[in-house]
Design a protein around this ligand. Sequence first.
Ligand SMILES: Cc1ncc(COP(=O)(O)O)c(C=O)c1O
Length: 426
Amino acid sequence: MKDNAYFDNAATTWPKPEQVYAFMDRFFRSHGVNPGRSGSPLAVEAEQMINVTRSMLGRFFGYGGPSARVVFTLNGTDALNMAIGGLVSDGDHVITTRLEHNAVLRTVNYMERDRGVQVSRISAEADGYIDPHAIQAAIRDDTRAIILTHASNVTGTVQPLREVAAMARDAGVPLVVDAAQSAGVLPIDMDELGIGVLAFPGHKGLFGPMGIGGLIVAEEVDLAPVRFGGTGVDSILSFQPDAYPYHLEAGTVSLPGIAGLHAAQRWFRALGQQLQSEATGTVASEMIINPGMEVEFPCAGANDTDHGVWCRQAMNHIHQRELAHLERIEAKLREFTSVRILADARPDARVATLSFTVDGLSTERIADQLDADHHICARVGLQCAPLVHVDAGTADLGGTIRLSPGYFTDEADMQQLLHALDDILG
Ligand SMILES: Cc1ncc(COP(=O)(O)O)c(C=O)c1O
């Protein structure tokens, strides 16, 4: 039995590809200077790495505009605060859903309470999906933003992003997408869909470290800055420069965090290339897990135009592998009539996360047993998405147990979990 079998990848993916650890360590040692704050060769190279990463992320998310509009943030929450705060003024109207994480809910709640912002919160249907027409019906002349989670962090249900994006585009309202649970798992084509602002954490499906996230802001959208400070350029200006990324990025960026995202982007690409080159489609799992072990710098070819194509292949592969784990977990849970799984996720519209309760057993008790007796890392409670639980009737039960396998979940982890479920529920 392993010390810990990790089934909390929806909180943060762990472990990361080896290259991420190695490159962060190497780059931070060799280039750990303040990028953009001096003209020294080291600072210039650090800046180059950052800019290549912006452009890789743009391609990763199907964004063809200037890479300067890929803006680094602290995490997903910070990105959403910057997006919502940058779009919405006092008294405006916004539309969001009851599936959202507190990163959105609390942000709009403050605006509603303190700034007279009017908020329409759309409920999901019983199956865990938002009806796009309910969002369309809520659009008003003074609607300034629609904020939608791409995938629920409680139920794993993937929302009808294409339909909502089309409706938002027709109405001329910027769509802010919270891609916390989908970035790195589901290909997102920002330009094709017409997404206004894409917000993502770096530490989940993108396989970067904690402390880094990002925003991509479409060219037709302007966000007012919500943070102010030094940019290393145009220091004489009394206000933030108009030029992106400085318009939104204030203060020293997380160089180690961006280096981690950089290595992870190159891992995605190497994985996609490797999958493509395997005529049979069967690749030794060790190779898949560690494609292109070394990440070199400077990075020849890191900026190539096919980056998004390779990464898309990798994402599809990662998603399928994670779903295969999830299906086994779900099948095990369904053996027990006492288990209630939240929502009715469709196989073609879900990520590898599910939540459940058990009749007659408290969530705390199950959590204790999973943890103390079986060393299973799971997430118990409201998962920072309280309205999902209010609507599902699980808020008063203390929430649910959430299981989220990841790409690096292995057979030993699975056996440990399946055995634990048999033991606790049987
Ligand atoms: C749907 C969703 N949105 C936003 C966030 C916030 O991301 P972060 O923890 O990086 O701030 C999370 C994190 O769990 C999430 O699941």
